[in-house]
Design a protein around this ligand. Structure first.
Ligand code: F0G
Length: 401
């Protein structure tokens, strides 16, 4: 029904082999024999959640699930008007059980780990992957180990990994170093690796594409989303392609990836016509979720962007903060900084005329506002301290902007 195949040399592997990259070094993907597949779900806008689409998910056992997916797709007319676009939708992946899109991948990845007889899982993370993996490992009864870049993970995410009972290690190094290390940990200590290098995890994330078509009833012109390790944009593109091959839709959206200015290897490669990135040694951005210098899925992401006629673009931290505030204050949608990168990117593309007024655009916002309260406190005015007196309060209100 499906195999694991290398995207570079085409070599196929038994999907029950525990392997994360091809012998040739290429990335792997799950490949379904779509012609022989029986599809029992309908894209009728009903009962959306990850496991609605299980005919296209590569597991056969009962899933380890916490009701992931089925996230709101908001029509944002007010923000659209301010930015100059008529049909703007925002898919709020922060409304997943652990507060990020990672849950879609982890429900599949942890189920696969159990199917393969594994009892322990591991990941490196800028925060959300670890929160999600720890949660599903708890539910599935697995041991979880997470490697975090010390001092560079938002507080809410660390708290999640801790309460779900993972072994949390703060590595004196950045995410890219932690990822290299955890690959060695997985190899040598027998942990099942659940970073986005794991092709089964990405299968869960492709359901974002399924839900967008399911809910809208048509294919939007463009999907805009933040890019870090570059797994999500690749997964969503794969999802659209499968729907097209199955005849549900006849086009795919332009995949538009947004990175932070201080961590933009994919944008550099896109602009220079390269098929792979040159890593950044010291990536830097306040959007710590995407503070990544050596994205492992870059080759897949660049292919997704180019093939679909999309674009890769970077935004500054100031633009991210401003977009985060716009989305919160105009639409009441609260997201963490990395997620706001998609909104900041949208604004820039409209200003540059690359997105026109009548394009249908879906921005995917990837993580919840409460993930990173420290960033919010640092970019908003502090609460005004007042004496417990009505006149003091009146004075404070009238001077507060
Ligand atoms: N947005 C958020 C909130 C994220 O946490 C991440 C990635 C991304 C966007 C980028 O997604 O890596 O698939 O391109 N976070 C990972 C983590 C790296 O460890 O939580 P990507």
């Amino acid at each position: 029904m499906y195999t694991l195949a290398c995207i570079e040399c085409g070599k196929e592997y038994d999907p029950d082999t525990v392997i994360y990259t091809c012998e040739c070094g290429g990335l792997l993907e799950v490949r379904f024999d779509l012609d022989s597949l029986e599809i029992n779900f309908k894209l009728d806008g009903r009962g959306m959640k990850v496991w609605k689409y299980r005919d296209l998910l590569p597991v056969t056992t009962d899933p380890v699930t916490i009701n992931e997916g089925g996230t709101p797709l908001y029509r944002c007319e007010k923000l659209g008007k301010v930015y100059g676009i008529e049909n703007l939708f925002v898919k709020h992946e922060g409304m997943n059980p652990s507060g990020s899109f990672k849950d879609r991948g982890m429900t599949v990845g942890v189920t696969k780990a159990i199917e393969l007889g594994r009892t322990a899982v591991a990941c490196a993370s800028t925060g959300n992957t670890s929160a999600s993996m720890a949660m599903y490992a708890a539910k599935g009864g697995l041991v979880a180990v997470v490697l975090l870049p010390k001092g560079k993970v938002a507080m809410g995410k660390v708290a999640q990994a801790l309460i779900y009972g993972a072994k949390v290690l703060a590595i004196r190094g950045n995410f890219d170093i932690a990822l290299e290390l955890v690959r060695a940990v997985a190899d040598r200590l027998g942990f099942y690796l659940l970073n986005s290098l794991n092709p089964f995890r990405l299968e869960g994330q492709k359901t974002i594409a399924f839900e967008i078509v399911d809910e809208l009833g048509y294919v939007p012109e463009r999907i805009v989303l933040p890019v870090g390790n570059a797994g999500n944009i690749s997964a969503i593109y794969k999802g659209f392609n499968e729907l097209r091959e199955l005849g549900f839709i006849d086009s795919v959206p332009r995949m538009t990836g947004i990175q932070a200015e201080g961590a933009r290897p994919v944008v550099d490669a896109y602009e220079n016509g390269m098929s792979d990135i040159i890593p950044y040694g010291s990536p830097e951005t306040l959007a710590t979720a995407i503070r990544i210098g050596n994205p492992v899925n870059a080759v897949k992401a660049l292919k997704a962007i180019r093939e679909s006629g999309g674009v890769a673009l970077s935004v500054s931290d100031e633009e991210i903060i401003s977009a985060q505030k716009d989305l919160a204050r105009i639409e009441g949608i609260g997201v963490e900084p990395a997620s706001a990168a998609s909104i900041a990117g949208l604004k820039k593309l409209i200003e540059r005329g690359e997105i026109s007024r009548d394009d249908d655009v879906v921005c995917v916002v990837t993580g919840h506002l409460l993930k990173d309260p420290e960033e919010i406190i640092s970019v908003c005015d502090n609460p005004l301290e007042v004496d417990p007196d009505i006149n003091e309060i009146r004075r404070a209100i009238s001077t507060d902007k």
